[in-house]
Ligand binder design. Sequence first.
Ligand SMILES: Cc1cc2nc3c(=O)[nH]c(=O)nc-3n(C[C@H](O)[C@H](O)[C@H](O)COP(=O)(O)O)c2cc1C
Length: 351
Amino acid sequence: MAHLFSPIKIKNKEIKNRIVMPPMVYFGCAGDDGFVTEKHVRHYEARAKGGTGLIVVEAACVTRDGRLSSDQLGIWSDDHIKGLEQLVRVCHNYGATVLIQIHHAGLKTPRNVAEVAFAPSQHSDDTDRPVRELTIEEIKAIQNDFIKAAQRAQEAGFDGIEFHGAHGYLISQFASPITNRRTDQYGGSLENRMRFVVEIIQQLKDMVDEDFIIGYRMGGNEPTLENGIQIAKILEAAGVDLLHVSSGISSPDYPQPEVPEGFPENSIVYCGTQIKSRVNIPVIVVNGIRTPQQAEYLIENNLADMVAVGRGLLVDPDWADKAKHGSQIVPCQQCKRCLWYTDPNKCPAIN
Ligand SMILES: Cc1cc2nc3c(=O)[nH]c(=O)nc-3n(C[C@H](O)[C@H](O)[C@H](O)COP(=O)(O)O)c2cc1C
């Protein structure tokens, strides 16, 4: 496991190994106010104590009416900073580097959060709540919400932030031609569709400390791998320091990237490795990586700079240390839909 346990430097920060805890909402933990709870603190402390090199704290919403659920962590107010500081402290205590993912759900905002969901374009989905196209003024306001959220993250002591630009949430909705049908400067060409987030990044870079890491979680298939590669290059040019490649918005109109024969992982990881080979900034790959051997292979063969282990770290907080010492890791049982989305107490791997 020599490669997996080699340090990596991002900006001025040395991360002690290549293992990443990807952002995962700890459902049922925060209340409607979005404050950090004692349960959150213990959750992240355990993964830091277990040797994880980089922890990306779960999606925290930049505005109350853009949450993905009514129990999502918040970073929309200065009042959140105090609780967030505790997460940073426990992670740093055990030598982990820690970012926080900043997020807006856009058209995925449920009715119990907002009567109307906002999106780049008018959209009809299978829910009964209306979706409204954002005006330019509203776009500017949400951009400002992201900037303020990142500043709060810095104030709380985080080593950086990660934009949630994947999984069909607001930033991904702007980037994707499937959901962005605007005809102004925020729609049309890929450059225009990326303008929403590029403007945020450019402003942010002038405001935060020089060694504050600006990470970005993107869809490798947004909606194609070719588009994903272009997105990664735009982000690199805009000054993003770290890419985390997950999935974007898929549609039957766009063929999914095919994994070449012999490639040992799924298409999401494949997209990550392809993007890694096209940019000069570090890339995290994720999805379905469960064993230290899988992770070591990806780093050793220079297919990725870092490897995220999501559900694996939910079921075994000591995943990293056990990988280092060759001890038995508690295996995720890969339920059809992870029970941590509804009730972690029902996770069969740990109950
Ligand atoms: C309960 C749960 C919550 C999640 N929350 C987030 C999130 O807040 N932000 C995000 O980008 N991805 C989220 N994800 C996706 C994970 O970060 C990860 O990409 C996914 O679990 C696949 O990786 P794995 O196979 O290693 O688990 C979540 C996944 C789970 C299981």
